[in-house]
Design a protein around this ligand. Structure first.
Ligand SMILES: *Cc1c(COP(=O)(O)O)cnc(C)c1O
Length: 384
């Protein structure tokens, strides 16, 4: 029989598990290069991915040179040095910590380790895409509880959702991506108390360092141990530490058994040597990170004021981004903003198609967004 040169696409597609065939494609946004080529733009304001434009600590950049001598070695499979440094920094024991190739990977590992078809997961709407996609990949049912009209967590509705029927995982980000709102300690304790005893609680604190300055922001690792339950708190070096390109995040867990379970499904060398070394150097020099967070928080206030001046009502944010209802299809608007070299993230979940999320970048980039927004929405802008 001749070697087959073309397999019909349909039969390739049906090879996939039905849960996978039905998954939406994650919207990771356009790269700078793609926008530069497609729109022939000279300057790109990349405000779609909540990156920290001030970059990582200079101490970490120095570490990069030492790294080249060790590249032939495998990385430390358990990231032992980094875990001990994180234990120091967080107060969570080193054997309750696991590193991931970005905290995105940890979300996936949690789903692979804990979810079977038919299991139920509760999150919020609008949601961080992977809090929905990875559970659905495993065949779980996801109930997403909408935020209130004011853009806050709807505590009564969330309490009802976690009480209804069996619940395997409660997972949401605090502060929320994409909304930027925050749940305080009292509400978090109340919500968790309503969950069945054996629900795994996952609080994604990707924006922890930005929220710390907000009064009432709860460090979930201090709140969750008050009840004897399995829990995970996720953090990352991608945002405030400005290492998004290296891919490294971590999980802090209630106990060694949760970490042991995740370690069974983890690729042995999931975090690379460069990521471990740079993360360690960043942890040892947090001054630069704190400075860039303070700068961003101050710039966020100016950015919010400008938006309010243009007639918008942005949701108060505890993060390095702003969620905004633009009163028209945000995907179409995002496409028009690209012609100005401005990348933002339009929301696509049902009911939120008129909303966009814009990162708080360098002041000049934020201004470029504000200008492009006022041109593309036909609003007069008297400052230019
Ligand atoms: C950015 C983000 C992540 C991803 O972090 P990585 O460590 O880069 O994978 C996870 N969760 C939320 C809510 C985020 O906003």
């Amino acid at each position: 029989m001749a070697a087959s040169s073309s397999v019909p696409t349909r039969s390739i597609r049906v090879l996939a598990r039905p849960e996978v065939a039905a998954l939406p494609v994650y919207n990771a946004g356009l790269s700078e290069d793609e926008v530069r080529q497609k729109y022939n733009a000279s300057h790109i304001s990349k405000l779609g991915s909540n990156e920290n434009p001030y970059g990582p600590s200079p101490a970490a950049l120095k570490q990069w040179e030492n790294l080249t001598r060790q590249l032939f070695r495998y990385p430390d499979a358990t990231a032992s040095t980094l875990r001990h440094a994180l234990a120091q920094a967080t107060g969570t024991p080193a054997d309750h910590i696991m590193l991931g190739n970005g905290s995105e990977q940890i979300i996936r590992l949690i789903c692979e380790a804990y979810l079977s078809p038919g299991d139920r997961v509760v999150t919020v709407l609008p949601s961080f895409g992977l809090h929905v996609i990875w559970p659905e990949m495993m065949g779980a049912r996801v109930d997403a509880v909408p935020i209130t009209a004011e853009g806050q967590f709807d505590l009564p509705a969330m309490k009802r959702a976690v009480q209804a029927a069996p619940l395997k995982i409660l997972m949401f980000s605090n502060p929320s991506n994409p909304v930027g709102c925050m749940m305080n300690a009292t509400d978090m304790l109340e919500l968790v108390a309503c969950c069945p005893q054996d629900t795994l609680i996952v609080i994604d604190e990707a924006y922890y360092e930005y929220a710390l300055g907000s009064p009432d922001y709860p460090d979930a690792t201090k709140i969750l141990p008050r009840q004897a339950r399995p829990w995970l708190v996720l953090r990352t070096f991608s945002k405030a530490y400005a290492l998004a390109g290296l891919r490294i995040g971590y999980a802090l867990a209630s106990d060694t058994s949760v970490i042991g379970t995740l370690n069974k499904v983890r690729d042995p060398f999931n975090t690379n040597m460069a990521a471990q070394d740079m993360a360690l150097a960043c942890l040892h020099d947090r001054t630069h990170m704190h400075d860039s967070v303070a700068t961003t928080v101050a710039e966020r206030a100016r950015f919010m004021n400008e938006l309010t001046r243009q007639g918008y009502a942005p949701v108060p944010s505890h993060t390095n981004f702003i969620f905004l209802d633009v009163g028209q299809n945000a995907s179409a608007l995002a496409e028009r903003l690209l012609r100005h070299g401005v990348i933002i993230k339009p929301w696509r979940e049902k009911g939120f198609e008129t909303c966009l999320r814009v990162s708080v970048g360098l002041p000049a980039d934020n201004d470029r967004f504000l200008r492009a927004l006022s041109i593309e929405t036909g609003q007069t802008d008297d400052s230019h």
